[in-house]
Design a protein around this ligand. Structure first.
Ligand code: 2PG
Length: 206
């Protein structure tokens, strides 16, 4: 039995391009972001990937990426479940600020800690640990059972909401996760063993 999960971060958004902290804000994809999502769909189609169900967040950059990928594999009408649990980490007071301005104000090191550490939340926002406290239960109750029943599942979400899942799937430590950055529109194809452990992971570079 094949148990497949494809995780993909949305394509470039307007605020990625403008270098702004985004979090739960809801900017659209840029032209490049649309191209990345279309390219991801094309690659998965070349691999003859077919999905049984898709999951995405409550934010349009992930939803649109999900739809472009489904269009690319010829499954435009596939059942897609949207849930806030998959939303990006809430960046709190940093949302809307320019990342370079933030580095000037608080220093390179502090901003890196806010962006990539496991348990230090940005002011008024969620740490990766806080994010995992909503993404992981949702993954376990809603997404993993689909995968374990032999389905092929697409999950289009966000840099940090997906880092919280990748940390568990790849068995990374709280130190190792610091260096993990997910590329926009780059699918990660996971296959699972019958005991829910990861059999294989393939990163599909565009
Ligand atoms: O702004 C955000 O919400 C995220 C993802 O783009 O940024 P960062 O990579 O800094 O965590």
């Amino acid at each position: 039995m094949e148990r497949t999960l494809v995780l993909v971060r949305h394509g470039q958004s307007d605020w990625n391009l403008k270098n702004l902290f985004t979090g739960w804000k809801d900017p659209d994809l840029t032209e490049q972001g649309v191209s990345e999502a279309i390219a991801a769909g094309k690659k998965l189609n070349e691999m003859a990937m077919k999905f049984d169900i898709a999951f995405t967040s409550d934010l349009q950059r992930a939803q649109k990426t999900c739809q472009h990928i489904l269009d690319g594999v010829g499954q435009s009408d596939l059942k897609t479940i949207r849930d806030q649990a998959l939303n990006e980490r809430d960046y709190g007071d940093l949302a809307g600020l320019n990342k370079d301005d933030a580095r000037k104000k608080w220093g390179e090191e502090q901003v890196h800690i806010w962006r990539r550490s496991y348990d230090v939340p940005p002011p008024g926002g969620e740490s990766l640990k806080d994010t995992a406290a909503r993404t992981l239960p949702y993954f376990i109750t809603d997404i993993l059972p689909q995968v374990m029943s032999g389905k092929s599942v697409l999950c289009a979400a966000h840099g940090n909401s997906l880092r919280s899942l990748v940390m568990v799937l790849d068995r990374l430590t709280t130190t190792e996760i610091l260096d993990v950055n997910l590329g926009t529109g780059v699918p990660m194809v996971y296959k699972f063993n019958a005991d829910t452990s990861v059999l294989s992971k393939e990163i599909i570079n565009l």
